[in-house]
Every structure is written in C-alpha cells, then in structure tokens.
Ligand binder design. Structure first.
Ligand code: PHB
Length: 391
C-alpha cells in the first residue's frame, strides 16, 4: 500500500489551483481565437467571403481588437455540406479550441453547429443562415444571430404580394430548411391576407435544373411566383426564368437573396425584380455610406447583405466582449449586454430579441441599374415568432 505524504498532495493541489486561476486571467491577455466556419467553395462561396470581409472590416476599424483582445482567425470551409458539418465544427471546438465560432451560410449546416455549440457551451454567432430552429427550439444563452430568420423576409413579402393584388401564387425553392421556412413565412402573411398558394415546387439543394419546374409554372399560370434562391443558384434561376419567357407574363418576387451579391452576373434579366430584405443598396444614411466607402476601399468591391451581416456579427461580439472585458466564459454577462444593445448596423440600428435574433425593418427593394434600390419599408421592426424557444 502506498501512503502519500500529506504535504506534497496539498502542494500539488495548490499548484493546480494556481494554474487554473492563471489560465482564466492569462486568456484575457492572449488573442481571442475566432473560428470562421463558412462556405469557401460551392454555390455559396461568394457569400462566405463577403461575410469574412465584413467581419474583418469591423475588427480592423477597432484597431484589430475586441474587448481589449487581439483576434486570431482559424478557418474551415464547410462547403455548405450538412453531412460534414458536425466534423467540421468539432475541428474548431475540440482541435483548435476556439473561443467563439462565426458561421455559417447554409441552414442545415448551421443547425449542426448550433447543436455542438449548445452541447459544448461554445459561443456561436450565426452571420447568415436563417434556420428558424437556431433561434427557435435550439435557442440558447450562448447562441446569437446577426442576420435574420428565414421566416422574416418571406413574411414581409407575403404582405407585399397580397397588397399588390395578387391572389394565386406558386412558390419555388430548394427543398431544405431555408427554402421551406422562407415559403412558410410567405404563406403565413399571404394567406392571412386572403391569398392562396396554389402549388409549392421544389428541387434538391443545390440543383439548378429548373426547366421542368418552369414549364409547370407556365402551365399553372399563377398571378405571381414567390421564390427563395441564393448565390450561384439565384443567378441561374433569374436567368432561366427570363429565358423561359416567364418574366414578361408572371411577376417574380423573392426573398432578397435572389438579387443580392448576384446582380453583375444576372445583368438585365434581374431588372425590375422586387424583393424583401433587411438591407438595400444605397440606403443613403450616414452610417451606411461610411460602411460602403470603407468596404469598397478595403476590398475594391461593393458590399452586399452578407458583408453587412459579417460586420454586424463582429459588432455583436464586440458588445459582448466589452461587457465582459474580453472574458468569453462570462456567458450570462455577454448575453445581457447583447440583449440590451442597439446594434449600429449599416442596415439601420436593430435590437436583438430574447431568442437572440435581430428585430429589424424589412425593406422592399427593386432592381435597377445593378442595384437593389430601396422602395420603402415593407414591415417595420419585424420580430421572428421564435416558435419553440424556451429561454
Ligand atoms: C440558408 O440556408 O439559411 C440561407 C442560405 C443563403 C442565403 C440565405 C439563407 O442567402
């Protein structure tokens, strides 16, 4: 039998305590590890880059520090592939030991990220993916979104299309959370106002073989079409819709991703399209003008909604870190600060709901001269219903 002498054990325990104590304090002097999990390949590749650009722009404007801590980036390309999502996010959490995860674009991938973030109590800020569940049943004190819920732009467009006198609408989208939920938001408002969705057309993500579905739309002859597509898929859909001759006969409406970051590639085929979103080109506010100028200077590119959401993810992180003096382990203080804040976004200031989703104006925009021109506010201070969030 081995009897350990008392003193060394106590000394060991004391040493361990000192070590642990030092780790917390030291961590604040060390760079904050930010894990960027975004699509850098595939149909959403440009969206991932814009989000990263926006995030870095805000950090650079703060002299490279948030909450007194310099920032170190670790990056993972999630390929917008839900099948690889859990492994990818675990690389950031377990291998790289990041302090916060920023991601992603695709709703299916984001739901896997939210599960890992919740289970590991890692801070997560979603800078695009609208998956209703992230700020619904999966909501958590350490999970935030700087963008929108899929329901929000859809709901606003349902009101617009009804007001414009359309009665019968066909919807068309990718069959996954973002498409389904965007259509649900649209239907919630459109059917409440007396409209009818007569057909819901789908194809698997990220397919772009639209021909058979466009033929079906032509045969159905609805008053209008509502759609959710984004990125490379949105470019092809808008071009195919025009090429099929439908643009002349059946008005096309969409969640604003249809024409955001895509107008160079869509050209004249996008002209005149009306969409709803929480941002527009040339909002012409001092805040947005300054943001657009700085973004264009830094990247030789015009910003889009994705750039704004990345920028605002960094702002939200900055608010939380300022309140906790850079200590990400203080989750309750972090959350309280973000919930109290008005985020000074280029889209217009917004607040964050109890479920941690932006409460924001949704704008009606119309494409003209390669810009999503602001027509007006479609729905003011729209809050996601946060169905299923208990927090
Ligand atoms: C999503 O999957 O939630 C999603 C993807 C691209 C967008 C918007 C939403 O532009």
């Amino acid at each position: 039998m081995t009897i350990l002498p008392r003193t060394p054990l106590l000394a060991l325990a004391a040493a361990a305590f000192t070590l642990i104590g030092a780790t917390g304090a030291q961590a604040q002097g060390q760079p904050l590890k930010v894990g960027l999990m975004l699509p850098y390949t595939g149909t959403f590749a440009a969206l991932g880059t814009a989000i990263e650009n926006g995030f870095r722009l805000y950090v650079n404007e703060q002299g490279g520090k948030l909450g007194g801590r310099s920032i170190e980036f670790v990056k993972v390309d999630d390929e917008s592939d839900p099948a690889k999502a859990t492994d990818n996010v675990n690389k950031l959490v377990k291998r790289d030991n990041v302090d916060v995860i920023i991601g992603t674009v695709h709703s299916g991938v984001a739901m896997a990220m939210a599960k890992v973030a919740k289970d590991s109590n890692t801070l997560l800020i979603v800078p695009n993916a609208g998956a209703d569940a992230v700020t619904g049943p999966m909501c958590a004190p350490n999970i935030f979104r700087s963008s929108f819920s899929n329901w929000q732009p859809g709901y606003a467009m349902g009101e617009v299309v009804a007001k414009r006198g359309h009665k019968k609408v066909v919807t068309i989208t990718w069959k996954y959370a973002a498409g389904d939920e965007s259509v649900r938001g649209f239907k919630d408002a459109f059917e409440k106002a007396g409209g009818q969705v007569v057909k819901e057309l789908n194809l698997p993500f990220p397919n772009v073989e639209f021909q058979a579905l466009l033929t079906e739309i032509a045969a159905t002859k609805p008053d209008a079409v509502y759609t959710f597509f984004a990125g490379g898929g949105a470019v092809k859909f808008v071009k195919d819709y025009a090429a099929a001759g439908l643009k002349r006969s059946i008005p096309l409406y969409g969640a604003g991703f249809l024409t955001d970051g895509t107008l160079e590639a869509q050209g004249a085929d996008a002209d005149g399209l009306m969409t709803t979103l929480h941002y527009a080109d040339a909002m012409n506010t001092p805040r947005d003008n300054q943001f657009r100028l700085e973004y264009a200077k830094a990247y030789k590119l015009q910003p889009d909604v994705y750039a704004v959401q990345g920028y605002d993810a960094a702002q939200m992180l900055g608010v939380g870190l300022a309140a906790t003096k850079g200590d990400v382990s203080k989750k309750a203080e972090f959350a309280a600060a973000v919930q109290k804040a008005r985020i000074d976004s280029p889209r217009g200031a917004f607040t964050v709901s109890k479920a941690h989703n932006p409460v924001q104006d949704i704008y009606l925009r119309q494409v003209s001269g390669k810009e999503n021109k602001l027509v007006g506010v479609a729905t003011k201070a729209l809050a996601d219903p946060a169905r299923g969030c208990r927090m």
